[in-house]
Design a protein around this ligand. Structure first.
Ligand code: PGA
Length: 269
């Protein structure tokens, strides 16, 4: 194995929830870049068995990503959707269209959608329900803008968005905790701060959906995750995986993260 990819698992906490990693390519790469990413990435990870691995490329790269990963365990997701199934909504893409393109996942309510494109807790809820109805698994993102009032912001976002789901719908989502101040900033929340926020989200989930549902829901951490800070984050049992931006663009970095998460899952089994 490539030395660079040897996971150092010494301090990783085993978890009963299945590990998951999402790569959010944002508005990066074209069709050719998608092909070359998978040509490098797939041989590095094989077909990952111990960590669910999802790549979310731009819409126009989805067909090529689906083709490139056929026959592997890597799944493809979209970065956004609109809640109507079809109609006069210029520029939008619906859940059934995303599903038909070969995706099984979709990111909903990413902070950049909230910040630049007007997503609100209310529309995030509509999009989450539309994703589930289309048979997609949504990664529903919440997170505070500044490193303060964390609990208040998370409570409001949970109450006005996720809490509107039925029990059955809640059981089918994944939550992404993304402190906005840490995204693309090269600055991660400390593992303790991230774990504290995850615990708070799980408390909200427990109050609304009950203990079992809260224990089962997977919460991903997102915000400048890289191979060199991932181990410390995974030492927190609250962190079930990552939603990765910048480091998912590089096949070697992303493969290193997949291997780390896989190794930590193996420890738990
Ligand atoms: P980053 O992005 O890893 O580049 O900080 C995370 C995200 O926005 O999902």
């Amino acid at each position: 194995m490539n030395q660079q990819l040897q996971p150092n698992t010494t301090n990783i906490m085993p978890t009963l929830r299945a590990r998951l990693i999402g790569g959010n390519w944002k508005m990066h790469k074209n069709v050719a870049g998608t092909t070359s990413f998978f040509e490098s990435f797939l041989p590095l990870v094989g077909s990952p068995k111990h960590c669910e691995t999802v790549i979310c490329p731009p819409f126009l790269d989805i067909a090529n990503a689906v083709k490139s990963t056929r026959g592997t365990n890597v799944r493809i997701g979209a970065q956004n959707l609109y809640w109507a199934n079809d109609g006069a909504f210029t520029g939008e893409v619906s859940g059934p269209m995303i599903k038909a393109s070969g995706c099984s996942w979709v990111i909903v309510g990413h902070s950049e959608r909230r910040r630049y494109f007007g997503d609100t807790d209310e529309t995030v809820l509509k999009k989450t329900i539309a994703a589930l109805e289309a048979g997609l698994t949504p990664i529903v993102c919440i997170g505070e803008r500044q490193e303060k009032n964390v609990e208040t912001v998370l409570t409001e976002q949970f109450r006005d968005g996720i809490a509107g789901l039925s029990d059955k719908q809640f059981a089918a989502i994944v939550i992404g905790y993304e402190p906005i101040w840490a995204i693309g900033a090269g600055e991660t929340a400390t593992p303790e701060v991230a774990a504290e926020a995850h615990r708070w989200i799980r408390t909200q989930a427990r109050e609304r959906f009950g203990t079992q549902a809260a224990n089962n829901v997977r919460i991903l951490y997102g915000g400048s995750v890289k191979p060199d800070n991932a181990c410390n984050l995974l030492a927190q049992s609250e962190i079930d995986g990552f939603l990765v931006g910048g480091a998912s663009l590089d096949p070697v970095s992303f493969a290193a993260l997949v291997r780390l998460l896989s190794a930590s899952q193996v420890l738990a089994e």
